[in-house]
Design a protein around this ligand. Structure first.
Ligand SMILES: Nc1ncnc2c1ncn2[C@@H]1O[C@H](COP(=O)(O)OP(=O)(O)OP(=O)(O)O)[C@@H](O)[C@H]1O
Ligand SMILES: [Mg+2]
Length: 254
């Protein structure tokens, strides 16, 4: 049987800042409906990797393919030319950040409905109805009219997840979505992410929560100084790492 085209393929992606190589020929495939966790020490290039996927950073070389189609971009005077295609790409690969960055002057519902209305051109009524459904999905049905400052950190992050889902993403990108939360609020956000995994959303998740990465992931990728030091199913990476670097890293965090 022919193999399914991966939802996202990354081929030999490299990125330097000045003379520092931050990503060095990183390749990986994210299959549809699967969860990829990226782990690694601070500065190993995890955030830069995610940011290169939706062109918040422009890769120096290599390729990103979505459903087999290469992502193309143009530079003007060294800067990314943000075309309609780039906006569509970012909409299809939304990122949930450590700091929830909701719009402060908008209710939870408006935060979720805004981009579908303004970026995707959806009718207002439809977008708001969808936003209400998504808020319910992340357990915030009763918080739709609250402003961010009236929500706890965990609730804000769940609203941020609903906002990402509103774009009907091809891949959801998470960059340490729980690391700015008080410990007692981490669980509620992880539970929402786990629910998305069960529902078959394709996700790439940068996380320091090793137990969670082990439980929720189909594959785990360890980045070390911009290179993949180890990649495979969680049981392999966590229980029987093949490289000394992986064994060292895991010993230091587990
Ligand atoms: N815009 C930038 N300009 C210059 N250097 C950068 C820039 N962004 C990141 N770097 C450098 O690239 C390296 C990788 O950074 P990155 O943020 O990707 O690491 P990370 O693995 O996400 O780390 P952390 O776990 O601390 O979030 C670091 O050395 C960082 O200082
Ligand atoms: Mg980071």
């Amino acid at each position: 049987m022919a193999q399914e085209t991966p939802r996202l393929s990354v081929r030999a992606l490299s990125k330097s800042f000045g003379t520092v190589t931050v990503l060095d020929a990183v390749s990986l495939d994210a299959e549809r409906g699967r969860v990829t966790s990226i782990i690694g020490s601070s500065g190993s290039g995890k955030s830069t990797f995610l940011r290169c996927l939706n062109l918040l950073e422009t890769p120096d070389s290599g390729e990103v393919l979505i459903d087999g189609e290469p992502v193309r971009f143009e530079l003007r005077g060294g800067r990314l030319k943000v075309s309609r295609e780039i906006q569509a790409l970012r909409a299809s690969l939304p990122m949930v950040f450590q700091s929830f960055n909701l719009w402060r002057h908008m209710t939870a519902l408006d935060n979720v409905a805004a981009a579908p209305i303004h970026v995707l051109g959806r009718p207002r009524k439809e977008a708001r109805a969808q936003a209400a459904d998504l808020l319910a999905r992340v357990g915030l049905a009763d918080r739709a009219d609250h402003y961010p400052h009236q929500l706890s950190g965990g609730q804000q992050q769940r609203a941020a997840i609903a906002r990402a889902l509103a774009m009907t993403p091809k891949v959801l990108l998470f960059d340490e979505p729980t690391s700015a939360l008080d410990p007692e609020l981490v669980g509620e956000v992880l539970k929402v992410i786990e629910g998305l995994a069960e529902a078959g959303d394709t996700m790439i998740l940068v996380t320091h929560e090793m137990g969670f990465a082990r439980n929720v992931s189909d594959q785990v990728v360890l980045l070390d100084q911009g290179r993949i030091a180890e990649a495979g199913p969680p049981a392999q990476v966590f229980d029987a790492p093949r490289t000394q670097r992986a064994a060292q890293f895991l010993a230091s965090v587990m």
